[in-house]
Design a binder for this molecule. Structure first.
Ligand SMILES: Nc1ncnc2c1ncn2[C@@H]1O[C@H](COP(=O)(O)OP(=O)(O)OP(=O)(O)O)[C@@H](O)[C@H]1O
Length: 290
């Protein structure tokens, strides 16, 4: 297997106060696999995704590292080349489908836009392809949905539309940013199954951003676990779940809801584990600056 996306020693700081946001993060997303980017709030998951997608805000400064997509460094290449590379090979499934869709435009127009822009379809061909895509994500009566506005659809349907839009350009890499957080448990499971099916059919590589290890267990092949912008543990999902090495991983697992045993209680993360993580980070920062 070869890595489609290779993040190498990526570090970033806040422009305002120089505070580290990413600390020497390296990870590889192998072709045709789903890589879970996992961590609690502030771990740096969104920052990594935004750097890959070329949409990181000016408040974040990348201070070191490379982001290699298919052999090209996204941090270094000229802006125009980057836009073309990202637009044609990357797609995003966002957390909140409602804000990601334009409320004032029909679903059909929104779906055909990227097909016309990136796949060179004419209006008629794009419309036919969009109908197929909606059918493929199990939307009933796609022709009717094409003429609807986002607010006419349920949350699960909106997320299916965005999944259809993401796969429309046949991206090599898909970034799914907590795509099921806003959905209730039953719909969440259906959307995850859909994502997994399409990913396998298309051979797409996926970075799956989540704070939820239960979701990781359902669909990820590999996992990178972050704490305060530092990789705490990395490996196959099987290793992370069956033989976690880091105390933080074990604590997070114990604190996650058990889908196979919902009656089992949750164990809050021990303060001592968090203190040890901060100590590890302080030591890392000390070595960097000392
Ligand atoms: N534009 C910015 N300017 C300065 N600091 C930022 C900026 N964006 C994010 N940060 C900081 O970077 C750190 C990581 O944030 P990030 O949003 O990447 O974490 P996350 O793991 O995605 O968390 P969440 O699950 O809450 O979205 C946080 O401390 C945050 O305050």
């Amino acid at each position: 297997m070869s890595a489609l996306l290779s993040i190498e020693n990526l570090s970033a700081v806040s422009r305002r106060d120089g505070k580290p946001i990413l600390r020497d993060v390296s990870l590889q997303v192998e072709s045709g696999t789903i890589h879970g980017l996992v961590g609690e709030s502030g771990a740096g998951k969104s920052t990594i995704s935004k750097i890959v997608l070329g949409i990181v805000s000016g408040g974040v400064v990348v201070t070191a590292g490379r982001v290699m997509l298919d052999g090209k460094d996204l941090v270094q290449i000229p802006e125009r080349d980057k836009r073309i590379l990202i637009g044609s090979q990357l797609a995003l499934i966002p957390q909140d489908p409602l804000t990601a869709l334009n409320p004032g435009r029909h679903i059909g127009d929104q779906l055909t836009d990227s097909l016309r822009m990136w796949k060179g379809f004419n209006r008629k061909a794009a419309w036919a392809r969009a109908l197929e895509l909606l059918d493929h994500v199990a939307i009933r009566d796609p022709a009717r949905v094409m003429d609807q506005f986002p607010h006419h659809l349920s949350g699960g349907m909106r997320q299916r539309v965005l999944i259809a839009a993401a796969f429309a350009i046949e991206p090599k890499l898909l970034i799914a940013d907590e795509p099921t957080t806003a959905l209730d448990a039953t719909v969440q499971k259906q959307v995850l199954q859909l994502l997994k099916r399409l990913q396998a059919e298309h051979g797409t590589s996926v970075v799956f951003v989540t704070h939820d290890l239960g979701v990781v267990a359902q669909i990820c092949d590999d996992v990178t676990l972050l704490f305060q912008g530092k990789v705490m543990e990395q490996g196959t999902a099987a290793t992370i779940f069956n033989a976690p090495r880091h105390a933080y991983t074990r604590a997070l697992l114990a604190a996650s809801p058990r889908y196979d045993n919902p009656a089992a209680g949750l164990n809050p993360i021990d303060d001592a584990v968090i203190a040890a993580c901060y100590a590890q980070i302080q030591q890392f920062d000390g070595v960097q600056h000392g």
